[in-house]
Design a protein around this ligand. Structure first.
Ligand code: FAD
Length: 422
């Protein structure tokens, strides 16, 4: 079959590489001069910063993405994070880090709770796996069962880091699906070479299997006849295909065709799927600021949700002897027009998290609208099919259930491949 792919982000490249290895004729059209979308590196004075992701794969080499990469023969090494995460808490029961802090592991986490809540937590860990909560936000679930301030803060910090949302915006069912996937697949990993290590390996597979990638080539229209996708138009040229896979999310994909009839249920889903926004602050340091390769969750910051130091896994992501540290904070939709103020608060947070440490802020990046953290915030994904036959959507606007970020992208791609094969 001939398959056209719109966009060379992770979802587009994963789909194209998988289908190329199965012998299909593949053409990928990417409007930018680079491949990888929000999952590639930006070189800056020897530091490998990124167009989006924090160089982390939520379930490391054993999750959906790691398994799919292995299946199609992508040459990527993913190093597990040990510990997966450490939580920074204030020492004196205060609400911030100003008068000192200590770092505790996830295993020690429950020790901060009252005896009664510790008991409840151990029962809940078992019962929620068997009877996942329905129709309640993660915040309200915590209020109902574990009304403990540190639990609220830590849940917010985790949701902010992993999904760029507050726990108010995450359905409890989705949160527990994510925890279930942590049990099932294991914790985070860092790809050697960062994000680009993954997307370059996919480009290599596409090319070595005869696929073509056209950079600087924007798709202006999807050709639709009899409610069926027949190809795409680029620079006025009609490129016909049997199937079109779009990596640009449902709303932008829908803008590329005129279907005649409006599918109200689909339109409603598009309206409900809000992108999640965030800010990333990149620091350079002579000495390690964190000292391990896991996530440092910072529940007592005003804005920063978590921080990582990827050079503890791959020192080549920074110049010799230097460290690359990246902090992430979620941004609520109503704060998007105050993004500069949000960055300032994030920078102040970092001074409290790293007192007496020397570092340089090398880049601050904000992500929203057309270049968000997630095209559809977790729990609001639309699925991979569209009202148009043979037109599919992959990427983080069409993630598989419970799949955090690129794991969700991989689950959505696998689902799409299954549908195409039927
Ligand atoms: P995208 O990256 O959205 O790529 C789509 C491509 O399509 C782009 O290259 C675009 O230029 C192209 N395009 C658009 N329109 C057209 C057109 N008309 N014609 C041709 N081409 C077009 N995930 C993790 O798993 N781990 C992390 O640590 C992590 N951290 C993150 C931190 C931040 C700050 C951000 C922003 C994201 C993070 N993510 C993380 C999420 C992850 O980066 C994304 O989920 C993933 O990269 C999305 O890939 P995608 O397949 O949706 O494609």
């Amino acid at each position: 079959m001939k398959i056209n792919v719109i966009g060379a982000g992770l979802g587009g490249l994963l789909s194209a590489a998988s289908l190329a290895t199965e012998g299909h004729e593949i053409e990928v059209f990417e409007r930018l001069p680079i491949t990888g979308g929000r999952f590639t590196n930006i070189e800056y004075h020897g530091f490998s910063l990124s167009t989006g992701a924090l160089h982390m794969i939520p379930h490391g080499s054993t999750g959906p993405l790691g398994n799919l990469l292995r299946k199609i023969g992508a040459d990527v090494a993913i190093v597990p994070c040990k510990p997966m995460a450490i939580i920074r808490i204030p020492v004196d029961g205060s609400n911030n880090y100003k008068s000192g802090f200590k770092d505790i592991s996830f295993n020690q986490y429950g020790s901060q709770f009252s005896m009664w809540n510790r008991l409840k937590l151990s029962i809940l860990l078992v019962t929620t796996r068997r009877w996942p909560p329905k129709n309640i936000s993660f915040e309200n679930w915590i209020c109902k069962y574990l009304n403990e301030d540190s639990a609220h803060k830590t849940a917010n910090s985790f949701c902010g880091w992993a999904l760029s949302l507050t726990n108010r915006d995450v359905p409890a069912e989705e949160a527990f699906e994510i925890f279930e996937n942590l049990y099932r697949y294991g914790g985070t990993g860092i790809p050697i070479g960062g994000c680009k290590g993954v997307t370059d390996a996919l480009v290599e597979i596409i090319r070595s299997n005869g696929g073509k990638i056209h950079k600087n080539t924007e798709v202006s229209q999807v050709i639709v006849e009899d409610n069926t996708a027949r190809g795409v138009i680029t620079d006025g040229i009609k490129n016909y295909s049997d199937i079109v896979i779009s990596n640009i999310g449902h709303p932008f994909t829908r803008d590329l065709y005129d279907s005649g009839a409006i599918d109200n249920a689909y339109e409603e889903k598009i309206d409900n799927a809000k992108p999640s926004a965030g800010i990333k602050i990149c620091l350079a340091a002579e000495e390690p600021l964190i000292g391990h390769n896991g996530i440092l969750l910072t529940p007592y910051c005003r804005r920063v949700n978590g921080i990582n130091e990827v050079t503890n896994t791959d020192p080549n992501l920074a110049p010799a002897g230097k460290h690359l540290v990246m902090a992430h904070q979620s941004v609520q939709q109503e704060k998007i027009d105050k993004i500069e103020e949000e960055i300032e608060i994030g920078l102040k947070d970092l001074k409290e998290v790293f007192p007496n440490k020397k570092y340089e802020v090398i880049l601050t990046q904000s992500y929203y609208d057309g270049w968000p953290v997630n095209r559809a915030s977790s729990g609001s994904d639309i699925g991979n099919t569209t009202p148009i036959n043979n037109l599919y959507v992959v990427g983080d606007g069409a993630k598989g259930k419970g799949g955090i970020e690129v794991e969700g992208v991989a689950l959505g791609v696998m689902n799409t491949l299954d549908i195409i094969k039927q």
